[in-house]
Design a protein around this ligand. Structure first.
Ligand code: PDD
Length: 290
């Protein structure tokens, strides 16, 4: 099947999809993005992703390219054209095309809007669920506004490559006070020896994951004790369970941190229960068909 992308008002064959060399996304990483998962033909956590996109745009004083209604229409049309049942839609918005100048381009410069889809045969390999995944820890070298989902992802590119080189799935980034901020493309969680679910509170130090928010709601509904606070690498080493979350992984068990087994080295019950709950919730109310 032909693969389509969407670029500034047009559906174009993926191989021909392009933006101008003076696009500010290319010149300055002056853009934001979202990743929305499609599960069995339905968008997951759509409203949360749309709200965060608007927030990212507002924080950078960037204009929305189209209304949310049009955005969702285009997302759905791209999913339809690409015959996507399971996968993800990537949306990128930049401050548009203008001669290279650090200052904002003149008001009225149209933002760039690009959308692509990625098909996923499954959201996690059977071995990743049966055995869990490995993470390593690395210094967090990012900027001070990690709450904005910008396309400026160089620290994460380097971190993910370090993880891959070490045979790990993800790298958890560490602040100078030895607290874990988050993964390069996911939020970080532990379950303490006392059975308390811990994940860092939203602030400028992390991206407030949409999946994270839904998992917190589901955990509280299940009566699981929850603390939103920073945790240290040492605390993670000694945790009973650990997992990571993102739109494309949901809750994924972490069974080794820097080579040390977490708990008994197997995916934990809280993690697996939350993953199940997330998928059930997505099937029940993710709502809008793509
Ligand atoms: N990444 N933290 C970071 C730094 C992320 O890049 C992501 C998502 C998350 C989890 O957010 P959410 O639950 O809303 O996906 C946390 C996406 C999936 C990506 O860049 O591919």
């Amino acid at each position: 099947m032909a693969r389509w992308a969407y670029v500034n008002g047009r559906y174009v064959p993926h191989a021909l999809a392009a933006v101008h060399i003076e696009d500010r996304g290319f010149q300055f990483a002056d853009g934001v993005y979202e990743v929305v998962t499609v599960v069995d033909g339905r968008f997951t956590d759509l409203d949360g992703h749309l709200a965060r996109l608007q927030r990212s745009l507002d924080e950078l004083r960037m204009a929305a390219p189209v209304s949310p209604r049009v955005l969702v229409f285009v997302m759905g049309e791209l999913v339809r054209r690409n015959g996507l049942r399971n996968g993800a839609v990537y949306l990128q918005v930049t401050r548009g095309v203008a001669p290279r100048d650090f200052r904002f381009p003149p008001a009225g410069t149209p933002p760039t809007l690009v959308m692509t889809t990625r098909r996923l045969a499954r959201f996690a390999a059977p071995a990743q669920l049966a055995d869990g995944v490995r993470v390593i820890t690395i210094p967090d070298i990012r900027w001070g506004r990690r709450d904005i989902k910008t396309v400026g992802l160089l620290p994460q590119v380097l971190g993910k490559q370090r993880a891959a080189d070490a045979g790990a799935f993800e790298a958890w980034m560490i602040d100078p006070d030895w607290t874990v901020t988050e993964g390069c493309s996911s939020n970080a969680w532990i379950v303490t020896g006392a059975g308390v679910l811990v994940t860092r509170e939203p602030s400028a130090r992390i991206l407030n994951g949409v999946t994270r928010r839904t998992l917190l709601r589901l955990a509280r509904a299940q009566g699981i004790a929850v603390e939103e606070r920073p945790f240290t690498v040492e605390e993670a080493y000694g945790a009973r369970e650990a997992f990571l979350s993102s739109a494309t992984t949901f809750a994924l068990p972490v069974t080794r941190i820097d080579g040390r087994p977490v708990g008994d080295g197997r995916p934990g019950p809280v993690t697996l229960a939350l993953r199940e709950a997330y998928l059930a919730d997505a099937a029940r109310e993710a709502g809008r068909p793509a």
